[in-house]
Ligand binder design. Structure first.
Ligand code: SF4
Length: 169
């Protein structure tokens, strides 16, 4: 495995360790399961180290199989399951969880917190009542991933998942 492969594998391991207690905490409201592909939208892009991880693990699939039709993530199969699930990128590993993130108000410069969750997982305690640690906070992990990518490749260009396939539909 390349340095990049080992690096991203370590990052995903650390990520999964952080996500696991959140999955347990919200098990009652999470409807995420094999075949539910609402999050698996077309046009997703990933950093180079994530793309390389998928290619290294699924070279034959990407060479011989066709991407899913336009409008769905190219990596979905006909049953709505992910064909690269064990090496799926960061964004797919936190989908479905209650999310929080911060944005700066352009006019005032104030920082505001936002919270959201997939509509399928809406039923349950209101997001506003959850403690900060009960949501996945967007931002910090993305920075780790970007730092690693910059170290390895010296750029932050993103790769479309659809472009990983040799064939085009
Ligand atoms: S890579 Fe897999 S889990 Fe992620 S959006 Fe595509 S099909 Fe869904």
């Amino acid at each position: 495995m390349s340095d990049g492969g080992a690096r991203v594998r370590g990052l995903y391991h650390a990520l999964d360790e952080q996500v696991r207690p959140l999955l347990a905490r919200h098990a009652d409201r999470l409807g995420c399961r094999r075949g539910c592909a609402h999050c698996c939208i077309d046009g997703l892009t990933v950093l180079q180290l994530e793309a390389d991880r998928i290619v290294a693990a699924h070279a034959e699939l990407l060479r011989t199989e066709a991407p899913a039709p336009a409008g769905r993530c190219a990596l979905l199969d006909a049953e709505g399951a992910c064909r690269v699930y064990e090496v799926r990128p960061y964004v797919c590993r936190t989908q479905g969880l209650p999310l929080r993130w911060f944005e700066e108000d352009e006019a005032s410069g104030e920082i505001h917190e936002y919270r959201d969750i997939c509509p399928i997982n809406l039923e349950g305690p209101a997001l506003a009542t959850l403690g900060d640690e009960e949501l996945w906070t967007l931002g910090p992990f993305e920075e780790h991933l970007l730092d690693a990518n910059l170290e390895l490749f010296g750029h932050d260009r993103r790769v479309a998942l659809r472009d990983l396939f040799a064939k085009r539909c």
